[in-house]
Design a protein around this ligand. Structure first.
Ligand code: ZN
Ligand code: ZN
Length: 363
């Protein structure tokens, strides 16, 4: 029997979100219904509301979530009712050219639930194919990753998006390892997760770079060994400051978590020879970078982009939750506040002001 539950809807471009009754169908083949327990507020939710991603209103927002499986559709063999899961937006297909080459973390044909959730008979577009600011949501079974139920839902859910993007930018894409030096541009949720991932991976020097002293303090709390406030600094001064902290050489891994040409350029020049630049900040279509090609060649190394931290949820989520439960990964530090389902709009404002790392809706 379909369920009627409350969910956070964006009806039209720029309009404040509203909590409305939505309809969740019973799971079809390969689908599950999840009772959502907690869901973090991410910039991507705000981008949907602003019409910056597409025009497929109405949206059901929310996608950084944990909860328990309440119904399982036919043909689902990896989940049972009652399983504690973190939702992901990389349910791999197993059949695309990347999966077939043994690289499912880049799957080019990820899937979502086939059936639609609705509001007043109108099909909803779930954010990132999830839609978890709701008491229940319908997802493809591959979008729900079982993890140790001892983790608190408000902590576990954060692995599902921004925190994974940052951890993975360091650990997967950047390949940070013991003894590396790392610099991270932008110390919000994603950047701080990159710092945390670098610390966990054994980086020796971790330099946090931002314009905001509050954010730099958060970065230190996560394990940054040095901070640089770049207010009033030009590109060369930033590069020199990074070099001064690394024996004059620059960093092994430069992680750009802002998504701006100016900070990307700083990252490019502040890495050591044969170093790696990782772009995890998301640029807009109008942005351009202009780099001397001789430097691209002459410095060697790699310029990489990190999509969702190059994560493979089935591999990474249970492992990261276990590391959290062992006290080796500071996931709880990302939870700035716990809020109710009515408070998403307020949380957007706090996020825009840079007042919080993550507001988490408890459902
Ligand atoms: Zn695939
Ligand atoms: Zn997100």
């Amino acid at each position: 029997m379909p369920h009627e539950v409350r969910g956070v809807i964006a009806r039209s471009k720029g309009a404040p979100v509203s909590v409305e009754n939505i309809q969740i169908p019973d799971p079809g083949p390969g689908e599950v219904v999840v009772d959502v327990q907690a869901c973090g507020v991410c910039h991507t939710d705000l981008h949907y509301r602003e019409g910056a991603i597409n025009d497929d209103f109405p949206f059901l927002l929310g996608h950084e979530a944990a909860g328990t499986v309440s119904q399982v559709g036919s043909g689902v063999s990896n989940l049972e009712q009652g399983d504690f899961v973190v939702l992901n937006w990389r349910a791999v297909c197993g059949e695309c050219r990347s999966c077939l080459r043994g690289r499912p973390q880049y799957c080019f044909a990820t899937h979502n639930a086939q059936q639609k959730m609705t509001v007043d008979g109108v099909e909803l577009t779930p954010a990132l194919g999830i839609g978890a600011f709701a008491e229940k949501t319908l997802v493809a079974a591959g979008q729900a990753t079982k993890v140790n139920a001892a983790a608190e839902p408000e902590v576990a859910g954060l692995i599902g998006c921004g925190v994974m993007a940052g951890l993975g930018a360091a650990m997967n894409t950047g390949g940070v390892t013991r003894g590396d030096s790392v610099a991270v541009w932008g110390c919000g949720g994603v950047g701080d997760a990159a710092i945390e991932g670098s610390r966990l991976a054994g980086a020796h020097t971790i330099i946090a770079i931002d314009l905001d002293d509050q954010k730099l303090q958060w970065a230190k709390d996560f394990g940054a060994t040095h901070t640089i406030n770049t207010t009033d600094m030009d590109k060369d001064q930033v590069v020199e400051a990074v070099q001064a902290l690394t024996g004059g050489n620059g960093v092994d891994v430069a992680i750009e978590a802002v998504g701006l040409p100016a900070t990307y350029e700083q990252a490019f020049f502040a890495r050591d020879l044969a170093g790696t630049v990782v772009l995890v900040g998301v640029p807009t279509p109008d942005m351009r970078i202009d780099l001397p090609m001789i430097e691209v060649f002459g410095r060697g190394g790699a310029l990489k982009s990190s999509w969702y931290g190059d994560c493979l949820p089935s591999r990474d989520f249970p492992m990261l939750i276990d590391l959290y439960l062992q006290g080796r990964l500071q996931l709880d530090r990302f939870v700035s506040e716990k809020i109710g389902i009515e408070e998403v709009e307020d949380a957007f404002h706090k996020m825009e002001q840079g007042e919080v790392l993550r507001s988490v809706v408890m459902i």
